[in-house]
Ligand binder design. Structure first.
Ligand code: BDR
Ligand code: CA
Length: 312
């Protein structure tokens, strides 16, 4: 199986991504989960990561905490979407598994340096603070990363936290900039993809109908976080973001995109955090990422439902 580290700010959609990864043991070996500040503060996100690991029954997975604030900016959070705990919706017990003592960023650096080069993929589901800081502290890790697969940014769908910027990039644009320049292979699942992956009532009912604990929890999570987005967009289902990262690892054919240059705006007050993707190759800047543009929602939900059925 492919070795991955998940860097995340759970978050209901992060939680579904973690469950999808942990349910896919044949393809993915989750080495560890690292929390970052984002949807809510670091403390809640780290607790939520441990709750989700316990929900999956995989209590062997170590959970670390990384940075509590972005590189240079004040933390912006999204309680209005995710609730005060970041994981409102299901009633999950206080986690028993410990939070690892090592700092999450040191864990990422040490793990990459100890492993065979290009054997570990980093999956990022939140702001890029931890990965950016790891690259600043130990630039030599860049050449050792197999791939960075991230949920973040947007081409044509533009922004969700400002008119120009997607949340994960907006929260820590300086970190995103470091990551985009690091030279490792990068695949991006932006809003353009996740706005197609809508958790409609029929799809959520199918997940609940699995009849296990995980299916019920995912139903409760997504019904909670959906209510905000359904009002905002007026669509039949709310976009489901972070699980697309894991689905890409499991079934890359579900997605289509383009290899191009992606540069992060860090200066403009109006458009800070924008992912300026050179879709038409007009800038002459070298391609540094595969920016996905579309995803197969039916294929995605079939995969998700089938995998969640493998959990307790
Ligand atoms: C991203 O922002 C967060 O609120 C979600 O968890 C996702 O990672 C979508 O813009
Ligand atoms: Ca997230």
């Amino acid at each position: 199986p492919r070795k991955i580290i998940i860097d995340t700010d759970p978050g209901q959609d992060d939680a579904v991504a973690i469950l999808l990864a942990l349910a896919s043991r044949e393809e993915l070996e989750v080495l560890g989960i690292v929390a970052v500040a984002g949807n809510v503060g670091l403390h809640h996100n780290a607790t939520n990561a441990r709750k989700v690991v316990e929900l999956s029954g995989r209590t062997d997975i170590p959970v670390y905490a990384g940075y509590a604030r972005p590189m240079r900016r004040t933390l912006v959070t999204a309680e209005h979407v995710h609730g005060d705990t970041g994981l409102n919706g299901p009633d999950l017990p206080t986690p028993q598994i410990p939070l690892q003592k090592q700092h999450g960023v040191d864990y990422i650096i040490e793990t990459l340096l100890a492993a065979e080069p290009k054997s570990i993929t980093l999956c990022t589901l939140g702001p890029l603070t931890n990965i950016g800081m790891a690259l600043v502290k130990a630039p030599e890790i860049a050449g050792r990363i197999a791939e960075i697969v991230m949920m973040g940014g947007a081409y044509f769908e533009v922004g969700n936290i400002t008119p120009a910027a997607e949340f994960n990039i907006y929260v820590d644009p300086e970190a995103a900039d470091v990551v985009m320049r690091c030279g490792a292979p990068i695949t991006i699942l932006p809003l353009d993809v996740t706005h197609m992956i809508q958790s409609t009532p029929a799809r959520l009912d199918a997940i609940r109908a699995i009849g296990n604990r995980a299916g019920q929890a995912v139903y409760d999570m997504l019904t909670f976080s959906e209510s905000f987005d359904l009002k905002k967009y007026g669509w039949e289902g709310a976009p489901l973001h972070d699980p697309t990262v894991i689905a890409y690892l499991l079934k890359p054919d579900l997605f289509e995109g383009r290899h191009c240059n992606v540069t992060i705006e860090t200066a403009s007050e109006l458009t800070v955090g924008m992912t300026v993707a050179d879709y038409w190759h007009v800038s002459g800047r070298p391609a540094n990422a595969t920016f996905m543009r579309s995803g197969d929602a039916e294929g995605f939900f079939t995969l998700l439902t089938e995998r969640l059925a493998r959990l307790p």
